[in-house]
Design a binder for this molecule. Structure first.
Ligand SMILES: Cc1cc2nc3c(=O)[nH]c(=O)nc-3n(C[C@H](O)[C@H](O)[C@H](O)COP(=O)(O)OP(=O)(O)OC[C@H]3O[C@@H](n4cnc5c(N)ncnc54)[C@H](O)[C@@H]3O)c2cc1C
Ligand code: SF4
Length: 488
């Protein structure tokens, strides 16, 4: 977003991307091949304690090549918190509206169409309506979608409006140059200002190191390496950590799957993965004394292919296989977006060799929200007539009646006790006006290094409280405009 804005504004932009420049012809729709190609950790990055899988893209187009395409604006309550608690200026629905509107138009964001709603999502919607919970159709960045279901593996038909088929080629058509399969190793500075970078080319398959690249930047350097990559790069470069906040405050919006075995056939893996979102519990509700009551998450209908489904079902062997077959043929499923609000419970560090390490410690506030989601999702599926509801605990918690819901109180989030994915990676170079509490200014420039900007999810002050891509894109565009105002 930022690159396209800068190039269109008359600057000369060079894009350096660690991932390869895969295109639609490379997207084979095979899980093993595609996770290995487009997922940042080949589908296998975890936190150091093994307790959480981290899912993110590594390709030209970034995580939008991998993502599920749900596109929402940030809720007003979250922007208010960013202004009032994080000191991040210019976040209000009115100020952000022009950016959101432009991105929505350019990415063809529209309400899900009827032909894209599968039985899994319909069950979620019908039951939410019946129990009186607000459930909205998702807005999504697709154009003439064929509903083939493989969004997470890269769209083989170029219908998903990822950065790969929109802003990156638009920037290049305007003259931007792209170096793909090229990992930035460090940012170079002179007299307190960013002046360039050092990078290394990698073989796209073996990731063996090849030649090197040095870029001299006359105006500035923008880091947009995501919630994990940005702090890792800046920490490796020993830059922008005067506040001690760099890498801290990692929010991931824990995705926990609740699956239900239905009497009828339900093929959750057919059609687009998610078309309805239960938003009834989006805001956290507390009592007068500030004690947690309920909420702090959304959950949406979720479909996944067998490999991914197998990976999120706990267990091994014959019983695991039986459950997989059951869930691929009769499984209704939802995924949570837990609002692990500021300060985010995670952290990115680098080891002595500059390799990133990821940490996430469940705090009580996040655990309470996750338990409440389990309660609500299980209640919904019981009301839908499920034979059995599975929580993603190890061993699986099985719920067959309302009386079984009491088991949820005892669920542990200790590493290995619950299968959880983090896919919205935010907040690790958070913005704010106080240099002692934040890494970048409200404009997106680091407080301590001139001409060094952060234009990805790392710069958001915290979790968005819903899927973040539209907000990240709008921030990227706004950063580009602020830079143009500076550099002319
Ligand atoms: C499976 C999945 C489904 C998702 N579904 C949704 C959804 O439906 N809706 C939604 O809003 N969000 C969704 N998300 C989240 C969303 O895709 C991301 O939050 C968003 O795209 C992140 O944007 P970003 O610019 O912060 O970083 P990214 O898009 O991750 O871009 C960072 C890029 O930097 C590159 N990089 C990192 N380090 C270096 C380095 N040292 N040198 C060079 N390059 C480097 C990476 O390879 C990557 O391509 C999903 C994510 C995943 C993984
Ligand atoms: S479901 Fe639509 S957007 Fe997703 S991969 Fe298929 S054609 Fe592309």
């Amino acid at each position: 977003m930022c690159a396209a804005e800068l190039q269109r504004g008359g600057l000369e932009v060079i894009l350096v991307e660690e991932g390869a420049h895969w295109t639609a012809e490379d997207f084979t729709q095979r899980e093993g091949e595609m996770h290995a190609r487009i997922d940042g950790g080949r589908g296998a990055t975890t936190t150091v304690d093994g307790g959480m899988i981290l899912s993110y893209g590594r390709a030209v187009g970034g995580s939008t090549v991998h993502y599920w395409v749900n596109a929402f604006r940030a809720p007003a309550f979250r922007m208010k918190a960013w202004r009032e608690h994080a000191g991040a200026e210019h976040w209000s629905p009115e100020e952000m509206a022009p950016y959101y509107t432009t991105v929505e138009t350019n990415l063809n964001v529209e309400r899900v169409h009827d032909y894209q709603i599968n039985r899994n999502n319909q069950i979620l919607k019908d039951t939410a309506d019946r129990v009186g919970w607000h459930c909205q159709p998702v807005t999504q960045a697709r154009k003439d979608c064929l509903a083939c279901s493989h969004c997470m593996l890269g769209c083989a038909y170029n219908r998903k409006q990822s950065m790969l088929v929109t802003y990156v080629p638009w920037a290049m058509a305007d003259g931007a140059r792209l170096f793909a399969s090229c990992r930035v190793e460090g940012i170079e500075t002179e007299r307190g200002a960013a002046v360039g970078l050092r990078a290394r080319f990698l073989d796209p398959d073996s990731r063996e190191a090849l030649g090197s690249l040095r870029v001299r930047a006359r105006k500035g350097v923008v880091v947009a390496a995501g919630g994990l990559g940005t702090p890792a790069l800046l920490l490796r470069s020993r830059l922008a950590d005067e506040s001690g906040r760099l890498g801290r405050n990692l929010c991931v919006n824990p995705n926990l799957a609740v699956a239900a075995v239905m009497e009828e056939e339900v093929l959750h893996h057919r059609n687009i993965p998610s078309s309805y979102d239960v938003t009834e519990f989006q805001e956290t509700r507390r009592d007068a004394a500030g004690r947690y009551l309920e909420g702090g998450y959304t959950f949406f209908g979720a479909g996944a292919q067998p490999g991914f489904t197998a990976a999120v079902i706990p267990g091994f062997g014959r019983e695991h296989r039986r459950r997989l077959v059951e869930l691929m043929t009769h499984g209704a499923a939802s995924l949570s977006v837990i609002d692990d609000d500021a300060p985010g419970p995670g952290r990115v560090t680098v080891d002595a060799d500059g390799r990133p390490r990821f940490h996430y410690e469940w705090d009580e506030a996040t655990s309470a929200k996750a338990r409440d989601y389990f309660r609500k999702a299980a209640t919904l599926y019981l009301a839908a007539g499920a034979r059995e509801v599975y929580l993603p605990t190890n061993p699986p918690t099985r719920i067959r009646s309302a009386a079984d819901l009491a088991q949820i109180e005892g669920v542990s989030f200790a590493p290995g006790r619950v299968t959880v994915i983090g896919s919205h990676l935010l907040g690790t170079a958070a913005m704010g006006k106080d240099p002692e509490r934040s890494v970048v200014s409200s404009d997106g420039e680091t407080h301590s290094v001139r001409n060094l900007w952060v234009a990805c999810g790392a710069a958001l002050p915290s979790s968005v409280g819903i899927d973040p891509s539209l907000t990240i894109s709008s921030h990227g565009m706004r950063t580009g405009q602020r830079m143009l105002a500076r550099y002319g």
